[in-house]
Ligand binder design. Sequence first.
Ligand code: DC
Length: 224
Amino acid sequence: MKKINIAIDGHSSCGKSTIAKQLAQHFAYVYIDTGAMYRAVCLYCLQESIMLDGLIDEERLLRKLNQIEVSFNYSRDTNASETYLNGVNVDQDIRGLWVSENVSKVSKIKVVREKMVAIQQAIGEDKGVVMDGRDIGTVVFPDAELKLFVTASLEERARRRHAELEGVSLEDVIKNLGDRDFDDSTRVENPLKQAVDAIVIDNTNLSREEQFALILKHCQDAMQ
Ligand code: DC
């Protein structure tokens, strides 16, 4: 079977990372969560006060950009690859509300995207990578052998997300996801968009097992 790159794009909270992790484990491929990279840059901006009250000093960010190093290291404890910012494990910090509420302001900046895309492309040079994000099949790996565009209804995504959270109403989760969908799809730089040759996986009514079996079949076809 041929070694390939698998690009997974889709809206927030539609299960992209679950699929990507399952596939990486199944094929012993490298898994890269590109959202974590934008989150790490956002954390840097917040820590260094480059972003204050939701406003980014883009000139300062540009000057500091070459001092931001984002990398991944495999952890035996969690059996997963964890995100590092300038050598410090930030895997927990980047999932917090502080970052979640501000990251889309960072991920829409052109120079940030250029830097992250270059790193992602270098990681994929030798193939054997599963990468999830918003622009993987369109910009990062336009020649990926397999592109998946994962989706589910807004209500179903919100219901799943709501079940993982405490103290937040379902209405608030629906609103937050709807806003993120809008931000992701309408930004100027590399908006979320389905690649013309992507296979759409709508998992609104699929179990994890059904979805994985369906995707494995597509992988096997692409690896021949
Ligand atoms: O998937 P996530 O919620 O962790 O993504 C965090 C942010 O980064 C979100 O604003 C979408 C953005 N993102 C992006 O613009 N391009 C990617 N390839 C991955 C994520």
